[in-house]
Design a protein around this ligand. Sequence first.
Ligand code: ADP
Ligand code: MG
Length: 358
Amino acid sequence: MFTGPRSRRLTTGLAACLAGVLACLVLLTACQTEKEHSAELFVFGTIVEVKVWGASQEQSGKAFSEIQQMFQGMHRDWHAWEPGLLVQINEAFASGDGVTANPEIAEMIRQSQWVEEKSGGLFNPAIGGLVALWGFHTSDYPIIGPPPSQADIDKILAQQPSSLDIRINAVQLTSDNPFVQLDFGGIAKGYAVDLAVARLRELGIGNAIVNAGGDLRAFGRHGDRPWRVAVRKPGGGTIGTVEVRGDEALFTSGNYERFREDAEERYPHILDPRTGWPVRDVASATVITGTGTLADAAATALIVAGMNDWTTVARALGLSQVLMIDDAGRVYLTPEMANRIQFDAGVDRVVVDRAPAP
Ligand code: ADP
Ligand code: MG
């Protein structure tokens, strides 16, 4: 059995090397009981555990190797700074050229546009230039050094990059704004999980969970009980568990693992597109909804919304099951989320009604 690195994030360089090796090893990582088969796969520097219940060993093994191949393709095509399709797309936008994407990227842009619009621009996957300016196009955290200059930040804000500047015609893309630089860091994991789930279903699998370090989607059941999953909390560990109903995704965006730091301060990696500065008053946002794509992007948007506005943005995105943890570790959640979580002992929380309809 493969006993490689188990840390949630590996460096991307290592990722590239391991991706090829893992393609061969994937079947070796599979472990099984009579009814349950699982494998540890790999995408975007993260280990993804796929568990299948009630399928044959042969059917599960085929699914695991197909999904690992899909993940390799995503890593290659969706990477924001390693040479690949997305980098070519950003180069074409910068020089005002049209460019051919692929159906997955076109769909991820469409979904991103929806979340950007509904969140009033708090989720904005076109701010790759800003993410790069802060040094977050790296896999080596923490980044040491002072923040960028306000003048450099202001320059990018004035360019007003937005995913809504992109026009999509089948797989042909053009951008009305040359400063659009796509960075799918806030949504790609969610879409990857959705594509993996779709493939599992196409292969006739009726019960499975695709879990990227606590960000997950599950469908069906684990034998005679539902899938039960943990909810992550800032700094490691969990705050409780949720029983998955039918087919759902649960994602937590954390603003505590990846950051820049200097002698004075920490600057976390989720940026407020309105100011160009990292968001500070939220430690994490957890969302349960139907798809990984929406759960992932929405969790990022809710972190940007902050402790004052998250209920309004949740409502605008059509979300009812949300949990926020502020920078002091206090837990706030919607009544619908309160009904879903079985909290660990000693977790204080405040149930907050959603904002009234606009
Ligand atoms: P994580 O996966 O680490 O929990 P997220 O899903 O929130 O966190 O993704 C954070 C990443 O999203 C950043 O590293 C960056 O690539 C990108 N990003 C940062 N700020 C925004 C934003 N306001 N809107 C969209 N994407 C963002
Ligand atoms: Mg996200």
